[in-house]
Write a protein that binds this ligand. Structure first.
Ligand code: CTP
Ligand code: MG
Length: 258
């Protein structure tokens, strides 16, 4: 492997739909914060050079405490922004200074149980030359299309039912080469200031600029914790994935960088 692989872990959201007492990335799953689980799973992924975690601006110390000791890769924490897109932008800005030639994966901390194999599939595809890769699963529900502005109506009108065979539910980690992802983020930066206009994921930005985005197999364990029901399911699944890595309190991690 000649190029470095960096992983951006987006964890700067508030988790408003979950409504937990702690930020969503810190909810305990089987005794360990979601973010800790992500970082430990990443330590089992071959070839990861470094990880950049986006955190809510005022909560750096709390998030630093969720970083386990003795990770086999470099780790940086950066304050996120008002939208996921803005948070990824902040992490990419740091990466532009430290490893602008790298391959980059962007992963939601909210997908805390994503197995190492999904990361490895994405990295392998990038090394083989893919421009943009999205892990995804077939859609289980039949999807009904309505007008976006009709969502607030009592009985919004159904416009159609897209063929399920032609739909995929996107997950993370999504993989790119740094240079292209950074370029599209810079071009679309205006959108990131408003959560309603911001891109739903990084692949969507690449699509908007006509880059070929391809699918790789996702995993049911990469489910996104969005609501309380998701959390309950993740808690049950996490019990089956025990981990016992020591956590050092903030301040004892000499290698934790800005
Ligand atoms: N995220 C981020 N910065 C933001 C918003 C979201 O880094 N300004 C991250 C979240 O921490 C999460 C991922 O992006 O890991 C996916 O976002 P989502 O599931 O929507 O999480 P939240 O925005 O925290 O939840 P909600 O939308 O319910 O408030
Ligand atoms: Mg959100």
């Amino acid at each position: 492997m000649t190029r470095e692989v960096w992983v951006i872990v987006t964890a700067a959201g508030s988790g408003s739909r979950l409504g937990a007492e702690v930020p969503k990335a810190l909810v305990p799953l089987g005794g360990h914060p979601a973010l800790t689980r992500v970082l430990i799973n990443l330590s089992q992924v071959e070839d990861v050079t470094g990880v950049i975690v986006t955190h809510p601006e005022s909560q750096r110390e709390l998030f630093a405490q969720a970083v386990p000791a003795q990770l086999p890769y470099a780790i940086h924490l950066v304050p996120g922004g008002v939208s996921r897109q803005a948070s990824v932008y902040a992490a990419l800005e740091l990466l532009s200074e430290i490893s602008p030639q790298s391959l980059v994966l962007v992963h939601d901390a909210a997908r805390a149980l994503t197995p190492p194999s999904v990361f490895e599939r994405v990295i392998e595809g990038l090394v083989e030359g893919a421009v943009a890769l999205v892990p995804a699963l077939p859609v289980k529900d039949t999807i009904k299309q309505i007008r976006p502005d009709a969502a607030i109506e009592d009985f919004p009108l159904v416009l159609g039912s897209p063929n399920r065979d032609a739909l995929r539910a996107a997950q993370t980690p999504q993989g790119f080469d740094f240079e292209r992802l950074w370029a599209v983020h810079q071009k679309a930066r205006d959108l990131s200031a408003d959560e309603a206009k911001a891109a739903p994921d990084d692949a969507a930005l690449m699509e908007a600029f006509d880059y070929p985005v391809r699918i790789v197999a996702g995993d049911e364990l990469a489910l996104k914790i969005t609501t309380m029901v998701d959390l309950k399911l993740a808690e049950i699944l996490a019990e089956e994935q025990p981990i016992n890595t020591p956590q050092l309190p903030f301040g004892q991690r000499g290698d934790l960088r800005e």
